[in-house]
Design a protein around this ligand. Structure first.
Ligand code: NAP
Length: 369
């Protein structure tokens, strides 16, 4: 199969290539790596072969591919995809960006949760497959068992989202901010006689200083948080918050929309999104049945016992980063009544939140999944 890969050196793209190598996906593929900035230069090395980069704006070279996977971004998709289709290209377009997610002829891909929606799309001849928003994918992976059983009346999620959601440059900026905070406080830290109040004043001064790197986030994230992600939409919501309802229901292929709502917050984690979830069940399911539904829904959900030691050790970005596991814990019934459930979930947003659904879609097209 001839497959073009665009955006392979970005955050999502590089994790995708890493996973494709680890899973042996390049066997039987004829890949072409494209670049928007370095056509003719050196691309990645796969199975001992170093690839040359093709021009990501060369429509003939793109149209020569049976499938394109792009992790380049929405502007690129909106530039290239309509021109390819207008020129009659019939290949599969697998995209990490949000640009085409809500189009009628696109399918949102999260196969452990919605394989039947993907299969229906393929049977209907659809050719555009979009990876959903990372936070929404991780929420649906975590709650798969409750959604699949039709148990959820509504869900509200308060997110703690990592820097990686913004891409490679945002991750670097978070670490650069952390480094500056550390550098400025080094002398105080080394002095056992300094007080925590002096240390706090140093950290606050660094965070408020003009010199703190902030080209990407615009404000400090290290030692702070940002309660706004993406552009404003209606009703005081951000687009990131809006996606939960819009994309969540499209992924599930629900006949009757389930209300999703919440608040999205950027925190200083590197690549794991966490979410504190409140949901209303349609009935008073016993807790052990809920545990069984959550843990049995797909092979990646890991239910963590609601007690201190396992919650601290297993239910955090530090524990989950780089793993395909989606941890779900702190599961308990709420004071509001037996149908109200509270839980906490953590997943690597570059894996199930971004690269893995794209990688698996290619495997589905190749009949390997
Ligand atoms: P990214 O890291 O910014 O990479 C996108 C492109 O930026 C790269 O392919 C590269 O293109 C260029 N680039 C410029 N400077 C770079 C640098 N220093 N390091 C790496 N690449 C650099 O973006 P991303 O986070 O992978 O996101 C790509 C798309 O996926 C976006 O539409 C995003 O919304 C979507 N998405 C992202 C996530 C996420 O968690 N980050 C999750 C789901 C969906 P050239 O090689 O052509 O120059």
């Amino acid at each position: 199969m001839k497959v073009g890969i665009i955006g392979w050196r970005g955050m999502v793209g590089s994790v995708l290539i890493e996973r494709m190598k680890a899973c042996g996906d390049f066997e039987g593929l004829t890949p072409t790596f494209f670049s928007t900035s370095a056509a003719g230069g050196e691309g990645p090395e796969v199975d001992g072969r170093r690839y040359r980069l093709a021009d990501a704006f060369d429509l003939d070279a793109l149209a020569d591919q049976e499938a394109l996977i792009t992790c380049q971004g929405g502007s690129y998709t909106l530039d290239v995809h309509p021109r390819l289709r207008a020129a009659g290209w019939q290949g599969y377009f697998i995209d990490a960006a949000r640009a085409l997610r809500m189009e009628q002829d696109s399918v949102l891909i999260l196969d452990p949760v919605n394989r039947q929606v993907i299969d229906r799309g393929l049977e209907a001849g659809l050719k555009t497959f979009c990876g959903p928003n990372c936070t929404v994918s991780l929420l649906l992976m975590a709650l798969d068992g409750l959604f699949a059983g039709g148990h959820v009346e509504w869900v509200s999620s308060m997110t703690y989202q990592a820097a990686s959601g913004g891409g490679a440059r945002h991750m670097r900026e978070l670490v650069a901010q952390m480094a500056q905070v550390g550098d400025d406080a080094r002398a105080l830290l080394a002095d056992p006689a300094s007080s925590a109040l002096q240390l706090d004043a140093s950290v606050s001064a660094t965070l408020r200083s003009e010199g703190l790197p902030r080209d990407n986030f615009g404000v400090p994230l290290a030692g702070s948080l940002i309660p706004w992600i993406d552009a404003p939409v209606d009703d005081g919501q951000t687009r990131e918050e809006w996606k939960a309802h819009a994309e969540g229901n499209k992924i599930l292929g629900s006949d009757r929309a389930i209300p999703f709502d919440g608040l999205c917050v950027r925190v200083g984690a590197m690549r794991c999104h966490s979410q504190g979830v409140t949901l209303k069940l349609k009935s008073d399911l016993p807790l052990d049945e809920i545990h069984g539904l959550l843990g049995g829904a797909n092979e990646w959900v890991d239910v963590v016992e609601n007690s201190r030691e396992p919650s601290e050790r297993l239910l955090s970005p530090a524990a989950i980063s780089g793993s395909l596991k989606v941890a779900v814990g702190r599961v308990r019934k709420m004071r509001m009544g037996p149908q109200y459930l509270s839980l906490f979930t953590v997943g690597d947003q570059l894996l199930w939140g971004a690269a893995e659904p794209l990688r698996r879609m290619l495997a589905i097209l190749r009949g390997q999944l």
